[in-house]
Every structure is written in structure tokens, then in C-alpha cells.
Ligand binder design. Sequence first.
Ligand SMILES: *Cc1c(COP(=O)(O)O)cnc(C)c1O
Length: 490
Amino acid sequence: MTTRPQTSGLARHLGRVGTELETLQTGRYGDPLARRSVWGPALDVPLPREGAGADAVVEEIATTLIPNGARFGEAGFSGWIVSTPGTVATVAQAAATVASSQRYTLTAFNLVEEVSLRWLAELCGLDPGRMLGVYSSGGSVANLVALGAARQWAFEQRGVDVAADGTGGRLTAVYASAETHHTVHRAAAVLGLGRSSVRAVPTDSAQRMDVDALAAMLAADQAAGVIPVAVVANAGTTNTGAIDPIRAAGEAAQAAGAWFHVDGAYGLLGSLDERVAGLYDGLELADSAIVDPHKWLNAPTGTAATFVRDRAILYRAFTQEPAAYLESVFSPADDAQSSLDSVGIPYSEFGVELSAPARGTAVWAVIRELGRSGVAARVREDRDLASRLAEVARRHPRLEVLAEPVLSICCVRYTAPGLADHDRVNEAILRRLLRDTPYLPSSTRVGGAFAIRPCYINPRTTPEHVDGLAAAIVEIGDEIIGDEITAEFA
Ligand SMILES: *Cc1c(COP(=O)(O)O)cnc(C)c1O
């Protein structure tokens, strides 16, 4: 057996693994935890002294790992905002992993990195000529990169190069609705602004930012000499899919001289459905915006994009400054004679990663496969699934809609006459759904109340799964209530 890793056998091994992956996606293997006593001890072994060899490892992947993988690809899965890449995205990622293990150098993969960003911007309703992008690992880093640009710009307005010299302890604020994803707070922490600099702007009864409250907070901070770094608007909150009043928030940001960032990690693609496109009005005011292709576009996890109106700001915010070990690759591209003469567009200077996979390949492949109309159709169908659940719940006396769907999230709960502790019963229903049914949503809180919260971004999910989930919630709820009444009178 050779100890130098080889690529021979790649097609054969990928074929073997591909067969198992197809079976996993059907849900036929059931829940992996049921077999933990088998795969746990088989995998949790001491450091191997001798190698097992390629064939044995691939077989172990096929028979021990894959059948015991995550259930995110099953048709009934609708938890969090998690998706599983489809066939073309998976194949594209595998191709990029081998054929362009980095996003750099003047290759077809490097070109597709930029082409896919341009397509993605246009799909999301951004001006692809103005909003240039960079990929990163997810919404967390994408928000960090966008707010890094905001911080750079805010301090430059005041004569400070914050990337070089730091904030100097100046008081800063970032404004975001109370429903905003906490990665915004973490980004503020990492950027040295501090989590407490993120102002929680109150929301209305539909979980949208109250822009009058935003304006009042901006004015109060201005009077106190606080630097307004950015206003963050949600284009689809993670909890309920709410879309903040984008134009009004953007105008308030502009009036205060603050950067305007739109967090569309989940929902930016929603504007492809003309029935809600109007909710995105004002998107052109955004100085930056993010989207996670690994959510609604079903790209492989680890794929987010930040778009900024001027990549030079990103450069000033994130440059590593010249380094001898990178020197040769920064020669100008126009006189390149070899693909290795240049890194191409220096994405590594626009974010926080140097080594990075060519994430654009899978994004390019998905968009190439479906086209604008195909992606739009998926968005519409997913929104229809959420609307269907709301419709079913409204008609059923023991189901209640806690947050009307805007995009593809619907928050519901079980209810019954005289039921006092809704939260406890619905928490129990969720546990039973995950254990005993093929319907696998997650949960959140809406106005403090526990909600069962499916998010429909899974192309395998059908209307029958929506109806099945509703029926299962009622059936399990009735059973729990029935058992409690029986116990009470026993
Ligand atoms: C998912 C999400 C994030 C975080 O993205 P990750 O890819 O999980 O890091 C940020 N903002 C919003 C609105 C999200 O839905």
C-alpha cells in the first residue's frame, strides 16, 4: 500500500459514495441515533498505527458514515434555515475541490467566481455593475465583512484609518432591529465596536423595524457624539422572515451619515417572487448586502456572499499589506503569460480569509442549471408551502398562526380550549415530531410564545408534507391533552 495519497480511483470511489448519498437522501436509513451503539464504537477508536488504505476508508465512508449522516436532505426536513446541496451543486463542489483547490490564479474557476457573484447580485435585485462581491463561509463572516467596510468608511469620514490604527476608544453604534441575527452582535465584538454598541431597535407587531424609533435613537446618539457606524435592515429575519422597511431605514441611515447594510442571508432572493418584490423597495440604497447561497439557493454549506458598493473600501478594511511569501502572485494580470502569473481578483484582500475554496463554482452551477426562472419558481413554490401551512392552520380550530408568513417561514402552534400552558405542550409536540414522524421542523419564539417553525427551502418538500406536518401537530397535541385529562380524572 502506498503512503503517498493518490487520486487514481477517484471516479470509482466517487461512484461508490454517490450511490450511498442517493439512498441517504430518501430518508430510508432512518434516524442515525438509533444505531449509535454500532457506529459510535466503530468510529471512536484510538489513533490508527497503520493505515487502512484507500479502498477500506472509502468503504467505511459508504457504510458507516453516510447512512448515519444528518437528516437535512429528507423531504420532511424544514428545520432552522438549513439546506442540502442538490446533485449539480455537489458535483460542482467536488470538481472545484480538485480542479481549483483555491479560488486564485487565472483559471476558468477563478472567472466563474466573479461571474457567479455578478449573477447572484442580479438575482437578488442588486445592481451587478455597482455592487461587487466576495464569498466567505457564511452569513456570520459575510456580516463581519460588510460591517468591517462600514466601520472603515465611518472612521474614514472622520479622518481615521481604523484598520491601521484602531477605533481609539471612540464610542460607536450599530442599529439593528431586535429580531436581527446575533451574528451582527458578534461582528461588532470582533471589529472592536463591542456587542453593546448594537442598538436594538424595537419592532412592530409584524416583527419589522420601527423606523421612527430608529430615527430617534440615531438623533439621541448624534447629540451624544456617538459615531453611527451602520444601520442594519433585515431582508428576511431568521425567526419569522420579516422584512424591515428597507427604503425608510436606508433613508434614515443616509440622513444620519451612516452606512446602510441589508442582511439578506436568508431572504434576499425572495424578491424573485413578484408578489413580495415590493417589500424590497429601497434596496438600491444599500451600501452593502449579504446573501447565503447555502440557504435558499441550496449551495453547499460554507457559501455566503457580501456585496459592497466599492470593493476598494473592503480592500482598505481587510488588506494584509504586502507579504514576501505572496509577492510573486500580485503581479498585474494584464501582461499575464501563465495562469500562475496572477491571483486574478485579489479576493483575499476583501475579507478575512486567504486560503479559501472556489465557492463560486457551485453557485454558478446551480444558477446555470435552473436559470433565473427556475430559481424564481423555487422561491415561489417555497413561499406557497408556508402560505399553505398558514391556511390550513387558520381553518383548524386547534392550530394557531403565530406569525403570518412573509417568505417561506410559518410559525404555528397547537391550541385547545382552556389550554393554559401552550409553551409546554408545543415543546412536547416538537420533541415527538422529531422522534416519531418524518416531519422535522424547528422552533422559535414569537412575542415570547413558543412556536413550531418550519422554513421551506428544501426542494424535496411537497404540499403533502405541509399537510402531514399540520395533521401530526394536531394528532400529537390531542394525544398529550387527552392523556393529561385522563390523568387528572384517574
Ligand atoms: C442564517 C443567518 C445568518 C448567519 O448565517 P450563517 O451562514 O449561519 O453564518 C445571518 N443573518 C441572517 C438573517 C440569517 O438568516
